[in-house]
Design a protein around this ligand. Structure first.
Ligand code: 5RP
Length: 298
C-alpha cells in the first residue's frame, strides 16, 4: 500500500536524550487535581506568573448604556492586548467583539434585574451551557448576593452552574456582589462570601478590595481576583489598592470603570500590568502611567 511505503521506524527512546521536564509548572490555588480541559481554560486566563488582569465590560447587563461603554467595541479595541480575559455578556460579545480576538472570554451568565427594578439581587442564570460552548468561553461569571433577600437563590444559581460547567470543564468565577449596599465591603463579610462561593464550587472568586484583605485570601481555597467599584479620585489610589491586594494574596484584578472611564485607559492597563505581572510598586506604576499617557516608552 502506497501510504505504508517509506514509513520511518520509531526511535528507541532509551537511546534518546533524557526527557525535558519543561518549565516549572504554574501553580493555581486549589487546582492541583483538576481535569485537563478545566486546567487549560484556567491557564488561558492566568499567566505563567500566576497573575491576571481581567477587563470587565459587563456593566450594561443591569445598568444599561454605561458611560464609556456606549460602543463597547470602541472601548476595548486598544485595550484587549493588555487584558488576560474579557468579562462580557453574550449579547455584547456577539454584537460588538471581533471573534478573531485572542483574549479569552469570561462570559457573564447571571442577570435579569436592573438598577431601576425592585431588587438587584434577584438574579437568575441567563445563559445555557450549550451557548457557553458555542461561544468558546474560557470561563463564566455570575454574581452571588450573600446576606440579601435572595441569598439562597443566588447561591443555588452558583451551585447549579458549577454542576453544568464542571461537566464541560468550564471554570466558574463567582462575583461577591453587594448591590447598592457598598458599606458591606468589609473583610469579615467578603471573607464569608468568598469562602461560601468556593465551598459551592467556584474555581475563581472576584471580590472587592478592603482593609485586611489577607483575611479574605487566607480563608479562600481558590484564587481571588480584586473587583473595582466606582472610579477612584486618582490613579495612584488604584495602583495602591491593587498592590496591597496582591501583597495580601490576590492573583490579579477585574477593573472596569477605573480603566475605561480614565482618559488614558491604555496607560492605566500598562501601569497595572507593571504591578500585576512586573512587581512594580504603586509609585513606579504611577511613573509608568505618566510616561505612557503621553505616548512615551518607559
Ligand atoms: C458588575 C461586575 C463588574 O465586572 C465589576 O463591577 C467590575 O467593574 P468595576 O471595576 O467598574 O466595578 O461584576 O457586577
Amino acid at each position: 500500500m502506497a501510504d505504508a511505503e517509506g514509513l520511518l521506524e520509531a526511535r528507541d527512546v532509551s537511546e534518546m536524550p533524557a526527557q525535558k521536564t519543561g518549565p516549572t509548572k504554574k501553580s493555581i490555588k486549589g487546582a492541583d487535581n483538576i481535569a485537563w480541559g478545566m486546567k487549560n481554560r484556567l491557564s488561558r486566563l492566568i499567566r505563567p506568573d500566576g497573575h491576571c488582569q481581567f477587563l470587565p465590560i459587563d456593566h450594561g447587563y443591569f445598568q444599561g448604556p454605561t458611560r464609556c461603554l456606549e460602543r463597547p467595541q470602541d472601548t476595548v479595541r486598544d485595550l484587549l492586548p493588555y487584558a488576560d480575559g474579557l468579562f462580557v455578556t453574550r449579547g455584547v460579545l456577539r454584537a460588538s467583539i471581533d471573534p478573531d480576538m485572542e483574549t479569552p472570554v469570561i462570559l457573564r451568565v447571571s442577570g435579569a434585574t436592573s438598577v431601576v427594578g425592585k431588587d438587584l439581587a434577584n438574579e437568575v442564570l441567563t445563559t445555557s451551557v450549550e451557548e457557553m460552548v458555542r461561544l468558546n468561553v474560557a470561563a463564566v461569571g455570575l454574581s452571588i448576593f450573600v446576606g440579601s433577600d435572595y441569598e439562597r437563590e443566588t447561591l443555588q444559581n452558583l451551585a447549579m452552574l458549577v454542576d453544568d460547567c464542571e461537566e464541560y470543564g468550564i471554570p466558574v468565577m463567582a462575583v461577591t456582589a453587594v448591590g447598592k449596599e457598598l458599606e458591606k465591603r468589609t473583610a469579615r463579610f467578603l471573607a464569608l462570601s468568598c469562602r461560601i462561593a468556593a465551598e459551592l464550587g467556584a474555581r475563581i472568586v472576584k471580590t472587592y478590595y478592603c482593609e485586611d484583605f489577607e483575611k479574605i485570601t487566607n480563608g479562600c481555597p481558590v484564587p481571588v481576583v480584586i473587583a473595582g467599584g466606582p472610579k477612584c479620585e486618582t490613579e495612584l489610589e488604584v495602583f495602591e489598592f491593587v498592590y496591597d491586594g496582591l501583597q495580601k494574596g490576590a492573583i490579579g484584578v477585574n477593573l472596569g470603570r477605573n480603566i475605561w472611564q480614565n482618559p488614558h485607559p491604555e496607560a492605566m492597563m500598562m501601569a497595572l500590568n507593571s504591578v500585576i505581572h512586573g512587581g512594580a510598586t504603586p509609585k513606579q506604576a504611577f511613573e509608568i502611567f505618566e510616561t505612557k499617557k503621553s505616548g512615551g516608552d518607559s
